[in-house]
Design a protein around this ligand. Structure first.
Ligand SMILES: [Zn+2]
Length: 150
């Protein structure tokens, strides 16, 4: 009888030990699950960040391409404008040179009141009589007349 009781007692102990072990394992499992969730979230956050970074990078790259194209356009425009400016300056210089070399012959600077009234504010001036003209062709045709006057 005592033998049987001892057996049962021993079995109870074993059962209790197994229960404790099971509890410990359950707690460990729970802890690992929580950790795993954290890792999973970290991983996803990192992947999202990587994707956003890649998106940002390609957005910046395409913006950069647009700016580069714009830069080329502006550079082309600028050199075009620059060469026009140089040409205009050269034409003006030639006009002045012509006018200066023929100045001796046209000492009498005759001006008419009528022409004086419509002198614009800015601009191209006749080197002989100093009247201003808005555009080069007006000045050119005037200059021909102006130099023709004796
Ligand atoms: Zn003139």
């Amino acid at each position: 009888m005592q033998q049987l009781f001892d057996n049962i007692k021993a079995r109870d102990n074993t059962i209790q030990e197994l229960r404790d072990e099971l509890t410990a394992l359950q707690e460990r499992t729970q802890m690992l699950t929580v950790q795993s969730d954290i890792f999973q979230k970290d991983f996803e956050a990192e992947r999202t960040a990587r994707e956003e970074l890649a998106g940002e990078k390609s957005r910046i790259l395409s913006e950069f391409e647009v700016l580069q194209r714009r830069n080329v356009e502006l550079t082309t425009q600028l050199s075009h404008t620059e060469s026009e400016r140089v040409q205009a300056a050269e034409r003006a210089a030639i006009m002045v040179q012509k006018a200066t070399s023929s100045q001796d012959m046209t000492e009498s600077k005759i001006t008419t009141e009528q022409e004086e009234e419509k002198v614009p504010l800015s601009l191209l001036r006749c080197p002989l009589c100093l009247k201003g003209y808005k555009d080069f062709s007006s000045l050119q045709s005037h200059a021909a007349d102006c130099m023709g006057i004796e």
